[in-house]
Design a protein around this ligand. Structure first.
Ligand code: SF4
Length: 518
């Protein structure tokens, strides 16, 4: 039986019941002590109604836990856009839902459908297909919905997602529901038109260009209306917001309240990326993005209100693979058109069953380690650690091969909590350590007390230690959270015995420039 049968069950349930369950789930974000969220995007099946868990459990963007195991892909079938954002230059790329990087190829719906089958046959843990540009999917509705139609016929187990700026959303909600698009992301950067006018110079509305505060007013009204219409239909909504220091950073707390009250499931606050070479208005006028700690402070402040996504990679509009990796070069149009594709639902399901076993083992190991932490003397101390991983929730990447580090906050109360990731340039280039890259790595994880790796050479080890970041390779290939909690217990014991002195770390950089690969 294919996985889509679970969605039929959900669809058959009365809408009021589903909405009630979503509402109850949201409630857990505000009900715990001190207004602190008792759950977040790392939630498991015990934290939500089974129907909601079915929708998010193997969705790498809606579940932080799933993102270690399941992959997604975007197909670039939507080139046109109906608004202009000051952080976006589509000649370069669309920052609406992608990291700065060229969309290599635009696809027709037929090419996109073939590509999805090719990827799904090669990467059995690919569970989600998103349309996220490079423009706005709903400014290209014919191509977007044709793509969904073709894929739902040939690959019914794949979840369908789209990401939109929201301007055209109210006009397409019924079609979105008709094609069983279960997850919709709306990029909402403001609910105050005066703030909006600093982000959006114009929108294209009713066949003409509208500018300034009037444009922002129309946009925010349409976004709020579209969000309400989707949540009324039981479609899970994620809201993306770009944090732009000095423009909307403080205002995003208001945005968070506004979207929560309209039923959004998840809020994803992302850093502005504005390098001059991207050619965006913000990049060219020197608008800075937030530091790592500024971003974390805002995410922490909003977490008391609702579930926060902290693992978004601001992917390209043609990304393929696990979040944090990009396998799009393996699936260019030339290559996929030559591929013999046989879509084998059974072997995909068998592979995913094996993934679930690994995932259960990981959760059990974390739980067991957490129980021993609870027996230790409680401490208010919190530290961050960086982890080199290529997936499966394990410490399984060499320091020199990591192009990102995942960051976990360790505490007595929560054990190991995922709080973000930091992109870095590869340290190991052509077999040799690159000193300039090492400096950028240290700046990117400067707020971390330790870095967990599968392997590391003497030279970077010494440099990291000199910078106050402890390199840890003793947990190579073990589960991340279990290992991090074990390390934290040892860290607390060393502090308590006087063997080491706890030192508060400083801030860290979010990398702005282009990725440097070996
Ligand atoms: S941009 Fe963020 S939400 Fe979209 S696929 Fe990438 S990680 Fe998921």
């Amino acid at each position: 039986m294919d996985d889509s049968s679970s969605f039929d069950v959900v669809a058959a349930e009365p809408l009021d019941d589903i909405m009630q369950k979503i509402a109850e789930h949201k409630g857990c974000g505000t009900s715990s002590d001190g207004g602190k969220a008792s759950c977040g995007s790392s939630d498991g099946p015990d934290d939500m109604a089974p129907e909601i868990w079915e929708k998010v459990k193997n969705h790498p963007c809606y579940s932080e836990e799933a993102h270690h195991h399941y992959a997604r892909m975007h197909v670039a079938v939507a080139p046109a856009c109906n608004i202009q954002c000051n952080y976006c230059n589509r000649k370069y790329d669309c920052a609406n839902e992608s990291r700065p990087g060229v969309v290599s190829e635009k696809l027709t719906p037929e090419q996109a459908s073939k590509k999805v089958l090719a990827v799904a046959s090669t990467i059995p843990q690919m569970t989600v297909l998103g349309i996220a540009g490079p423009g706005d999917p709903l400014a290209n509705p014919a191509k977007t919905f044709k793509t969904f139609e073709l894929i739902s016929q040939t690959a019914p187990d794949i979840k369908l997602c789209l990401s939109t700026n929201g301007l055209a959303l109210p006009d397409h909600v019924d079609t979105i529901a008709k094609y069983n698009v279960d997850h919709v992301t709306i990029t909402i950067n403001m609910v105050d038109p005066e703030v909006g006018a600093q982000i959006y110079p114009w929108i294209f509305w009713n066949h003409k260009r509208v500018e300034g505060i009037e444009a922002a007013r129309i946009l925010t009204e349409r976004q709020m209306k579209g969000l309400e219409m989707l949540t009324e239909r039981g479609i899970l909504c994620k809201v993306n917001s770009v944090m732009i220091p000095g423009i909307n950073d403080k205002h995003l707390v208001e945005v968070n309240k506004a979207v929560k009250s309209r039923g959004a499931f998840l809020h994803n606050i992302m850093p502005l990326i504005s390098a001059p070479e991207h050619g965006t208005v913000f990049g060219l006028n020197g608008q800075r993005g937030p530091s790592a700690q500024e971003l974390k402070a805002l995410q922490d402040a909003c977490e008391g209100e609702m579930n926060m996504m902290r693992h978004c990679r601001q992917c390209r509009a043609d990304a393929v693979g696990l979040l944090g990796e990009d396998r799009s070069a393996e699936f260019t149009t030339d290559k996929i058109m030559e591929m013999e594709v046989s879509y084998d639902l059974e072997s995909r399901q068998a592979y995913q069953n094996a993934v679930e076993q690994e995932r259960l083992a990981k959760v059990a190991a974390k739980k067991a380690e957490m129980e021993t932490l609870a027996q230790e003397d409680a401490s208010d101390l919190k530290i961050l650690v960086a982890v080199a991983t290529k997936g499966s929730g394990r410490i399984n990447e060499h320091f020199g091969h990591a192009n990102e580090f995942q960051v976990y906050e360790l505490s007595s109360s929560e054990g190991a909590k995922f709080v973000g990731h930091r992109r870095v340039d590869l340290y190991c280039q052509g077999g040799y350590g690159e000193e300039d890259a090492l400096e950028t790595v240290i700046r990117a994880i400067n707020d971390c007390t330790a870095v967990f790796v599968a392997k590391i050479g003497h030279c970077p080890k010494d440099t990291l230690s000199a910078a106050g970041i402890e390199p840890i390779d003793q947990y190579a290939y073990e589960f991340i959270e279990q290992s991090a909690i074990a390390y934290f217990k040892d860290y607390l014991a060393r502090v308590k015995s006087g063997e080491i002195v706890h030192v508060a770390r400083g801030d860290a950089d979010i990398r702005q420039g282009a990725f440097i690969e070996a």
